[in-house]
Design a protein around this ligand. Structure first.
Ligand SMILES: [Fe+2]
Ligand SMILES: [Fe+2]
Length: 371
């Protein structure tokens, strides 16, 4: 029996290891992970039967190559502390940074685990060999990712109770096509986020205040492959990326980018410690994600449009006001929350109605990670 999630070859084994270490888990971290708001990572469920009915024959060659790459398991054993794991001075960490960094780790762990739960469920329910094989491999990776973040959290004396989350966190239902758009984007934006931070810290190693960032390069390649898998799934049915569905694609692009912007701006000390300007970082991640998503989506958002930055700022302010109003409570708080909510909706509409850029989608979707 393996004793570390990094060496687990299946998702079941990885989760059993996490479960056995759950004695250290902290209620606070789990409570944070349990939150379901527009901005926090959610758990998803879908119509597994419909997903199972996919026929990947139209993309067979690319599909087999991708599955072979994942089966070869290039990251087996990677997600564990080794001699590169420097000692972290949690007690000496500036309190604002510590708070934001822990929030970052909990939210990343929840997002990784959300993928794990969805993929594992698909593998369990499906009968289609291609589909179940893919989802089993992706669940394996996400279990390792979540487990590794939890290892880092344990050093700070806390961890997320993944078993508890599986049972108790609310599941949001998305029909399969929405799962494709949302999950594809979250994998690709995950890749873009990890690699942008990794490259920045390669150039500014003195800013690396925690060793986990050293693992981001191989890590993001897992996410890249997961994104490739969803691109291939969408490629099997051209209707998914044409006609009225393009409006849905635009919606998901806008929602995913806007959520990231608001979330990141809630962590000023974290970005300052990394030496990263949050607006620059956001733009860089949007640019990379847009570039990648051209492999399958016929549109990209015009992130250089003057209304884009303005709309994001407006949304961010409205969201901060909503939080403040919620904390205030009472009737005054409720009214302030409603008015800030209306401003957030207006800001989102402002972003959504910016004309998108159209382009031709290539015949083959396959890409290599080049950033
Ligand atoms: Fe992941
Ligand atoms: Fe992933």
């Amino acid at each position: 029996m393996n004793v570390h999630t990094a060496d687990a070859t299946t998702v079941e084994e990885g989760l059993a290891i996490q479960e056995s270490q759950a004695v250290l888990d902290s209620e606070t971290a789990t409570a944070v992970a349990m939150q379901d708001t527009l901005l926090t990572p959610r758990f998803y469920t879908t119509d597994f039967e419909e997903l199972d009915s996919i026929d990947v024959s139209p993309v067979r060659t690319d599909w087999d190559a991708l599955i072979a790459e994942m089966k070869a398991d290039p990251n087996k054993g990677h997600f564990k502390k080794d001699e590169n794991w420097d000692t972290v001075d949690w007690d000496g960490m500036e309190p604002a940074l510590k708070k934001e960094f822990i929030d970052f780790l909990i939210s990343s762990c929840t997002a990784e685990f959300s993928g794990c739960v969805l993929y594992k469920e698909m593998k369990r329910r499906g009968a289609n060999k291609d589909v179940t094989e893919l989802f089993q491999l992706m669940a394996r990776d996400e279990a390792r990712h979540a487990g590794f973040i939890n290892d880092a959290l344990r050093e700070a004396g806390i961890a997320v109770n993944l078993g508890f989350l599986t049972q108790k966190k609310k599941y949001t239902y998305f029909r399969p096509k929405f799962i494709y758009y949302a999950t594809y984007l979250s994998e690709k934006i995950g890749y873009a986020r990890y690699i942008t931070i990794f490259r920045h810290l390669q150039e500014n190693p003195e800013r690396r205040f925690h060793p986990i960032f050293k693992w981001f390069e191989e890590w993001c390649n897992d996410e890249f492959r997961h994104g490739e898998a969803f691109a291939l799934l969408m490629k099997t049915d051209p209707r998914l990326t044409s006609g009225g569905n393009v409006l849905w694609i635009k919606f998901f692009l806008t929602a995913v980018f806007a959520t990231m912007h608001v979330r990141d701006h809630q962590r000023p000390a974290f970005h300052e410690a990394l030496g990263v300007d949050t607006d620059w970082y956001g733009h860089e991640v949007f640019r990379k994600t847009s570039d990648l998503s051209k492999q399958i989506f016929p549109i990209t958002l015009d992130i250089d449009h003057p209304r884009w930055a303005k709309g994001l700022k407006m949304l961010q302010r409205a969201s901060a006001d909503m939080d403040a109003a919620k904390r205030k409570g009472g009737l005054g708080g409720k009214l302030a929350e409603a008015s800030a909510g209306a401003r957030a909706a207006t800001a989102f509409a402002m972003l959504y109605t910016i004309p998108a850029k159209r382009h031709e989608v290539p015949a083959s979707t396959r890409l290599e990670p080049v950033y």
